[in-house]
Design a protein. Structure first.
Ligand code: IMP
Ligand code: MG
Length: 175
């Protein structure tokens, strides 16, 4: 599959600066606490790697692989868990680390499922947010950048599994 690279929306330098700011914010918000970062595969991999190195707290990491069925009408079972967490989260400060919030369905249902496991706290941190695309009401606690309704690639985000490795955030049109 071929894609034409349209435009760089967010440069490598802008990403690094924003990730540093979010890391500082999390460090301040959870001062004296231990946290667990939960990266959502595969898109959040680069953000997770950068973010954890900007947080000065006692932390552990884990990963989940989830996909949403895309129905806003069902109340449960909408998120399919491919790879679950390795350890229980009861009593832990959990921060979900995601690449983008689009319809909001994935995180809306994932949050519900993880809350049922009784964490001490549960927040969501995403590098990108497309608020204009919401199908369910959902607000992330930490947002890197808001983007318009364009198909975004790079810094973990893919077009049919490709272009995840771009160090900047861009948008593409299929050729
Ligand atoms: P949501 O459940 O609709 O919020 O979508 C979540 C998932 O859709 C994200 O974690 C991404 O994997 C994918 N996604 C949404 N928008 C884009 C995009 O513009 N580019 C690449 N992937 C996207
Ligand atoms: Mg994703």
């Amino acid at each position: 599959m071929k894609f034409s690279n349209q435009e760089i929306l967010i440069t490598k330098e802008q990403i690094a600066k924003r990730v540093q700011e979010i890391g500082k914010q999390i460090t301040a918000d959870y001062a004296g606490e231990e946290i667990l970062l939960v990266g959502i595969l595969k898109g959040a991999a680069p953000f997770m790697a950068d973010l954890m190195r900007e947080i000065d707290l006692d932390l552990t990491i884990d990963f989940m692989c989830v996909s949403s069925y895309g129905s806003a009408t069902k109340t449960s079972g909408v998120v399919r868990i491919g790879k679950d967490l390795d350890t229980p989260i009861e009593g832990k400060n959990v921060i979900i680390v995601e690449d983008i919030v689009d319809s909001g369905l994935t995180l809306f249902y994932l949050k519900k499922q993880l809350l049922a496991r009784n964490p001490k706290s549960l927040k969501v941190c995403t590098i990108l947010d497309k608020p204009c695309r919401r199908k369910v009401e959902f607000k992330a606690d930490y947002v890197g950048f808001e983007v318009d309704d364009k198909f975004i690639v790079g810094y973990g985000l893919d077009a049919d599994q490709h272009l995840r490795q771009l160090p900047y955030i861009s948008w593409v049109k299929e050729e």
